[in-house]
Write a protein that binds this ligand. Structure first.
Ligand code: NAG
Ligand code: NAG
Ligand code: NAG
Ligand code: NAG
Ligand code: NAG
Ligand code: NAG
Length: 430
């Protein structure tokens, strides 16, 4: 009796794992089509400033990516392509606004987007990565390890003959660039930019207008794999944690001012000038949620340090984005000595002149490259783009540290000489 009861409980459990007939198959195709059925009972929606929206009808998902300016129609594999899915032809010379169509769920995809890599990892979907663009870099140690064993794909650019002037957009050349997936069974490439490639999809959390909107790109990526339920769970955790941190930080608001700047060094080592940068909307909104104020105004360049120091005289925190160009091309990540020289602080006269700068007095100069790979990829482009909750924690630590903090995930304190946490495939634990 006991054995029979156990068996039938097991049998029932097994039955429950099967999708309802005609429901979307999370791992592959369905074998029959029912036009009256909702194939995607689990749905995601964009509620914050993500820059995309998504709507569902029957067996299809319609996504608008406002940032790449593209429309995507995804439909359940094993069902007919929706009649209104008008894919832009692969040989089209149209500039932007492409419509791209794909069957989901994806099972084999190529990466040319660090944010997509992070989203796949957060969703536990890293096994779908089957190739990457030849110049693509990631920081995640386990993704570095995975990519090392996978094919690298190239981009093919159309010959000069197929370029032509687009007269309505002031003589801009319309050039077609596509990923070369020939000879592979990869379904599509996740990219950063909208491309003249019918099999590429852009993932753009870097252009969201608020921090939770950045995190919502987890939902976007999940839709390509029918993993909406998982995305809602992962995003829900981030959202709850973000809200709790925001409430805690609002109670101890410091209103410190954060500015963004860089020196402009060229390969021969000369600094040509200094730039106060205009922060992205998501930084402004994230700093506000952490009780700080972003220095506003358009990007401004200075050709002498006096002008630059005047412009930054009321900053409590400076976030640096300088690069150290290498003589033979490429660049490397600055260290504190580089910043001292780059901002003209390394000699005693320079240091005296800058003595009253609050961000210097408070050891509050940061860079967002604390986690980087030996190829100079930074986790800033990867997990920071999605983990809004941890980013807000970083801002909170910076807000609460009148003499600088080292308790951050991505921001590296420069005057306190925090070292880059260099990561490589060897750091992958599994
Ligand atoms: C789901 O898709 C997989 C792979 O295509 C297939 O083997 C499986 O039979 C499908 N399951 C259902 C319920 O359609
Ligand atoms: C996309 O852009 C249009 C036009 O600017 C705007 O009306 C719409 O709200 C935007 N949608 C999203 C999801 O950002
Ligand atoms: C030319 O550019 C305009 C504006 O960017 C765009 O609307 C139009 O579709 C383009 N035409 C072609 C043929 O690409
Ligand atoms: C983009 O293409 C769609 C059709 O796919 C069209 O309705 C829309 O007007 C186009 N938008 C722009 C800005 O060209
Ligand atoms: C370095 O390059 C800049 C511009 O590229 C030039 O103006 C400057 O004279 C150069 N300096 C030296 C020492 O070569
Ligand atoms: C960054 O990459 C360049 C190659 O582009 C390399 O020469 C340099 O050493 C790297 N920098 C660091 C700090 O790894």
């Amino acid at each position: 009796m006991l054995l029979r009861a156990t068996l039938s409980a097991g049998a029932i459990a097994a039955l429950c794992l099967l999708p309802a007939p005609g429901a979307a198959n999370e791992s592959g195709c369905v074998s029959s089509f029912d036009a009256t059925r909702d194939y995607f009972p689990d749905k995601v929606e964009s509620k914050y400033g993500s820059g995309f929206d998504i709507r569902y009808t029957g067996n299809a998902k319609y996504i608008r990516n406002n940032i790449s300016g593209e429309s995507y129609v995804l439909y359940q594999c094993g069902t007919p392509m929706p009649a209104d899915a008008q894919a832009t032809p692969a040989n089209s010379l149209q500039v932007g606004n492409w419509t791209k169509v794909a069957e989901v769920p994806g099972t084999r995809v190529a990466l040319d987007s660090a944010a997509a890599s992070a989203a796949l990892e957060l969703l536990g979907l890293q096994d779908v990565v089957a190739a990457s663009y030849e110049r693509f870099l990631v920081t995640s140690p386990c993704m570095q390890k995975r990519l090392a064993g996978l094919p690298r794909i190239q981009q093919s650019q159309d010959a000069q003959a197929r370029r032509r002037r687009n007269s309505s957009s002031s003589g801009r050349l319309a050039r077609r660039v596509a990923y070369d997936l020939a000879g592979s069974d990869v379904q599509w490439t996740f990219t950063t930019y909208g491309m003249s490639d019918p099999r590429s999809f852009a993932v753009n959390p870097e252009s969201a207008t608020d921090l939770l909107g950045k995190a919502e790109w987890i939902k976007f990526v999940a839709a390509f794999f029918n993993r909406e339920a998982e995305a809602n769970r992962v995003f829900g955790d981030i959202e709850r944690s973000y809200s709790a941190t925001r409430e805690r930080l609002a109670a101890q608001a410091t209103r410190r001012t954060v500015g963004f700047a860089r020196y402009n060094k060229v390969a021969n080592g000369t600094v040509l000038g200094w730039t106060v940068e205009q922060p992205d909307a998501w930084v402004v909104s994230g700093l506000a949620d952490a009780g700080m104020v972003a220095h506003a105004g358009p990007a401004t360049s200075f050709t002498d340090t006096a002008g630059f120091r005047d412009a930054t005289a009321n900053w409590d925190v400076l976030v640096d984005s300088s690069i150290e160009p290498l003589a033979r091309g490429g660049s490397t990540i600055p260290q504190w000595q580089d910043l001292l020289a780059g901002y003209g602080l390394s000699d005693s006269a320079g240091a005296r002149g800058a003595k009253t700068l609050p961000y210097l007095a408070a050891s509050s100069i940061y860079r967002s490259d604390l986690v980087s790979s030996y190829q100079n990829a930074t986790d800033y482009d990867e997990h920071l783009q999605l983990r809004a909750d941890l980013l807000l924690e970083d801002f909170g630590h910076i807000a609460a540290a009148p003499s600088g903090t080292t308790a951050t995930t991505w921001y590296r304190n420069m005057p306190l000489n925090v070292n880059v946490n260099w990561v490589s495939a060897a750091d992958c634990a599994s």
